[in-house]
Design a protein around this ligand. Structure first.
Ligand code: ADP
Ligand code: MG
Length: 360
C-alpha cells in the first residue's frame, strides 16, 4: 500500500504560545511493500509524521493518501494501520496470547479464526512457545515482538514503528532489528520505521528519509544518501565516525584546506565547506602530496586503523573540533608521531557552500 503525503503540515502551539511547525509542508511518497526508515534528530517531527499517517493527529494542511484513497479525515481505526511504540504498551495482566488476540476481540472476529490468526502471528515473530507467558516473563526484545504481532494480527495496510528498539540493550537491539527486517520481508507490508539512530536506519531500511526541523532533507537508498548527501546536515548525520568538516577555499582551480592543496576543481574561486569521510583519505606513499599531518593518536581494531590528527591549535579553520579522524588499512602500521602524506578520494569528498548546500 503506497502512502502519499502532499503538502502535509502540522503546527503545535508551544507553552510560550509560539507556533512549532513540527511537520512543514512535507511531500513524501512511501513506496508499497518497502521498509522506509524515517530518520532525524530528536524533535525533528518523526513521531508527528507517523501519528498523522495513523490519524492520531490531525494535520493543519495537506493530504494523506493510501494508494488512491484519501485518508486525511479518516479516524485511526478505519485507516488499517498497525502501530508499535518504543515502550511496547502490552497489557501486563494478560498472557502473550491474549495480548495478540485483543484487537481481534475488539473487531468481533469469530473465535476460531482469531485463535488461528494469533497462532500464525506468534509463529511469524517466533513466540509460539511463549503464548502462555505474561509480558514480565519475557525479554524486552520478546515483548516488542508481541507488540509487533499484536499490530499485525489485524492485517493492517501499513505498519508504523516509532523508535521500537530504543528500550532494548545493544545485543537485543541488533537481534530485534534483524527480526523486524525478516518479518517485513515475509509479510511484504509497507512499513515506516522511525529512529534517530542513523546506523539502525541505514542497516534496516530499503530507503531512508532524512528529516530536519519538520522538513524532508533527502530520500534514497541508504548507501546512495551516504555517498551523495544533498547538504551538510545529511552528510554529518550519516556515518560513524562522522564526516570531517573543514572550512576551505577554491583558489584558481585548487581546493585548499588548512592552507594545503587537497584536490583540483573547475569550480570558480570562493569560500567553501569541505566534508571528507574518515575513509576518504589514502596514504600517499610517494610522500609527494602537499596534504600532510603528524598523527597524534592511533587506534587499530582489526584491519582498520583510525588516526586522530590534531590541527594546529591556533587554526580556526576546522569546524566543530580541532582534530579529525582518518581510517586507513592497518597494514600501513602508522604510529603516533608519524608524518603522513594523504590524498583524498574524490568520491569521499563533498563540497558545500557556506550555507551548507551542495556546491553547484
Ligand atoms: P521526534 O519524534 O522527531 O523526536 P516530534 O514529532 O515528537 O519529534 O516533535 C516535533 C516537534 O513538535 C518538537 O519540537 C516537539 O516539541 C513538538 N511537539 C510534539 N508534540 C507536541 C505537542 N503535543 N504540543 C506541542 N508541541 C509538540
Ligand atoms: Mg519521536
Amino acid at each position: 500500500m503506497e502512502i502519499k503525503m502532499a503538502n502535509l503540515t502540522k503546527i503545535f502551539i508551544s507553552k510560550d504560545k509560539k507556533e512549532v511547525h513540527a511537520v512543514d509542508h512535507v511531500d513524501l511518497t512511501i513506496p508499497s511493500g518497502k521498509l522506509i526508515g524515517l530518520l532525524g534528530p530528536s524533535g525533528c517531527g518523526k513521531s508527528t509524521t507517523l501519528y498523522l499517517i495513523a490519524g492520531l493527529l490531525r494535520q493543519n494542511e495537506g493530504e494523506i493518501f493510501f494508494a488512491d484513497e484519501e485518508v486525511s479525515e479518516m479516524p485511526p481505526e478505519k485507516r488499517g494501520i498497525g502501530l508499535v511504540f518504543q515502550n511496547y504498551a502490552l497489557y501486563p495482566h494478560m498472557t502473550v496470547r491474549d495480548n495478540i488476540l485483543f484487537p481481534l476481540q475488539n473487531m468481533k472476529v469469530p473465535k476460531q479464526e482469531a485463535m488461528e490468526r494469533t497462532q500464525e502471528m506468534a509463529a511469524l515473530v517466533g513466540l509460539e512457545e511463549m503464548l502462555n507467558r505474561k509480558p514480565k516473563e519475557l525479554s524486552g526484545g520478546q515483548q516488542q515482538r508481541v507488540a509487533i504481532a499484536r499490530a499485525l494480527v489485524k492485517k493492517p495496510r501499513v505498519l508504523l514503528l516509532d523508535e521500537p528498539l530504543s528500550n532494548l540493550d545493544a545485543r537485543l537491539r541488533l537481534q530485534t532489528r534483524e527480526e523486524i527486517k525478516r518479518i517485513q520481508r515475509e509479510t511484504g507490508i509497507t512499513t515506516v520505521f522511525v529512529t534517530h539512530d542513523q546506523e539502525e536506519a541505514m542497516s534496516i531500511s530499503d530507503e531512508i528519509v532524512v528529516m530536519k526541523d519538520g522538513v524532508i532533507q533527502q530520500m534514497g537508498h541508504p548507501q546512495e544518501v551516504y555517498d551523495a548527501p544533498v547538504n551538510l546536515f545529511v552528510a554529518k548525520f550519516l556515518g560513524n565516525p562522522q564526516i570531517n568538516v573543514f572550512e576551505g577555499e577554491i583558489k584558481k582551480g585548487k581546493i585548499i584546506v588548512l592552507n594545503m592543496e587537497i584536490a583540483t576543481t573547475d569550480k570558480p574561486d570562493q569560500k567553501i565547506i569541505v566534508g571528507i569521510r574518515p575513509e576518504g583519505f589514502m596514504v600517499d606513499e610517494t610522500k609527494k602530496s602537499a596534504f600532510k599531518f603528524e598523527v597524534n593518536l592511533v587506534e587499530t581494531i582489526g584491519r582498520d586503523t583510525t588516526l586522530i590528527i590534531d590541527t594546529p591549535s591556533d587554526d580556526e579553520t576546522l569546524l566543530d573540533k580541532h582534530s579529525f579522524k582518518v581510517i586507513v588499512d592497518a597494514s600501513y602500521r602508522i604510529m603516533s608521531g608519524d608524518l603522513v602524506h594523504f590524498k583524498v578520494k574524490p568520491d569521499k569528498m563533498h563540497l558545500f557552500d557556506l550555507d551548507g548546500e551542495l556546491l553547484k
